[in-house]
Design a protein around this ligand. Structure first.
Ligand code: HEM
Length: 400
């Protein structure tokens, strides 16, 4: 009895000590007066301000939490999010500094539940050498895919078939249709993988032309788990985001049809649509930036959308205006980071742009459209259209 009591007391003591050390570690730089913490509030114990931070809002707006906190504390503030003390950055220079210093001062660090969903070998989750290995493969694969004529022809074929299938309809749920296209592409990829595996085992010399899957399947420094994870990364990273980008362009164009001829529509849909609102990092050591100190071990969230919607860089920033990209200045380009930056810059950015451009080209040729009702893209923070983006379509009579 006495022993059990002592044991529980010991456990309690150790837990308190561990918590104490953790707190000391997190707050030591302030105690030592190495610098000032950005202003802000930790909110409730443990959950902090997570629920307010995640509260849904239109994806072409900052949302109440960021608006309120920026006006109270400035563009960089402290908070407590996802059970961790956090620095939230809505500042272009700090965001750039964080992304450029990946693996030196900061490191990609997504919350544990995301590891569970994507798998521990997913590129977004792995760090260090494993990340370098997977990333270099991704870049090789993207380049082989991009320069393959077959790929562009396939994408164009799928886009035309889908668009033609709407001929006898006057309204469609756009997101559902975009998802159908995605499913078709992923089914095609799956059948190609299987066919290729069979072919490769029958006679590896028949298949001389190297493409995406040849390179992946013949890579010897990746485990099978890493290869499967890689294909999943490409499917998840690629199709959900790209179909969202297309939906975004259709949505904003539906409100402002006169901008149809603008090639810069895709840039502007990326800026206003904010498909990725923020990315997750942690500080690897105490970092001093301007007047602030970011303590080692703290979570750091560079908020991409806040810079996209910052009117110091993009005039009348809440308006969808593709023409703004005609006289693009250096500040506009520096503050436009829909695909992140630094050593983690999205490897699929060009594929996404090409796919969206091919689709839009054919859609604009065949139809005129308008949004039915009042659906808007919402950031949860993952983005979706709550009503699936219903649109009314009419054949484009100018088409020959
Ligand atoms: C509109 C479309 C897309 C957007 C907005 C987007 C956005 C992003 C962003 C912001 C990151 C950086 C994440 C971070 O720094 O933590 C990222 C990384 C990544 N994206 Fe994309 N992406 C898109 C399309 C694609 C496509 C088409 C693919 C695949 C073919 C892809 C695959 C990836 C992968 C594998 C990473 C991880 C890179 C790394 O950690 O080194 N994405 N994406």
């Amino acid at each position: 009895m006495v022993e059990e009591g002592l044991l529980s007391l010991l456990c309690l003591g150790l837990t308190a000590l561990a918590l104490g050390l953790l707190l000391l570690h997190h707050f030591l730089p302030f105690l030592l007066k190495l610098g000032f913490a950005p202003r802000g509030s930790f909110g409730f114990p443990l959950v902090g301000e997570t629920l307010q931070f995640l509260s849904p809002h239109a994806s072409n707006s900052l949302g109440f939490f960021l608006e309120d906190h920026i006006s109270r504390y400035g563009k960089v503030f402290k908070s407590h999010l996802f059970f961790t003390p956090t620095i939230v950055s809505c500042d272009m220079e700090l965001n750039q500094f964080i992304l450029q210093n990946e693996e030196k001062l900061f490191q990609c660090s997504y919350p544990k539940p995301i590891h569970g969903i994507l798998g521990k070998s997913s590129m977004i989750v792995v760090v260090g050498e494993t990340h370098k290995k997977l990333r270099s493969l991704a870049l090789t694969l993207v380049n082989t895919t991009r320069s393959s004529a077959g790929y562009l022809i396939d994408i164009e074929k799928i886009a035309i078939q889908l668009i033609d299938s709407w001929k006898k309809r006057d309204r469609i749920l756009f997101c559902e249709e975009a998802r159908k296209a995605r499913e078709r592409i992923s089914l095609t990829v799956k059948s190609i993988v299987e066919e290729r595996r069979k072919k490769n085992t029958m006679d590896s010399s028949i298949n001389k032309r190297k493409d995406f899957l040849d390179v992946l399947l013949s890579t010897s420094n990746l485990s099978d788990e890493e290869k499967v994870s890689f294909v999943l990364d490409s499917l998840l990273g690629g199709y959900e985001t790209t179909s969202l980008l297309i939906s975004m362009a259709v949505y904003f164009l539906g409100q402002s049809p006169s901008s149809l001829k603008q090639l810069k529509v895709i840039n502007e849909a990326l800026r206003c649509g904010n498909i990725v609102k923020f990315v997750h990092r942690k500080a690897l050591r105490d970092v001093i930036f301007k007047d602030y100190i970011i303590p080692s071990g703290w979570q750091v969230l560079p908020v991409i959308s806040a810079v996209h919607l910052d009117s110091s860089f993009h005039r009348a920033s809440l308006l969808f205006n593709p023409w703004r990209w005609e006289d693009q200045n250096q500040l506009m380009s520096k503050s436009f980071t829909p695909f992140g930056g630094g050593p983690r810059l999205c490897p699929g950015s060009e594929l996404a742009r090409v796919e969206a451009a091919i689709f839009l080209h054919h859609f604009v040729l065949k139809y005129r459209w308008r949004i039915e009702g009042d659906d808007i893209p919402m950031a949860h923070p993952y983005v979706d259209f709550p009503k699936g983006l219903p649109i009314v379509i009419d054949p484009n009579l100018n088409e020959t």
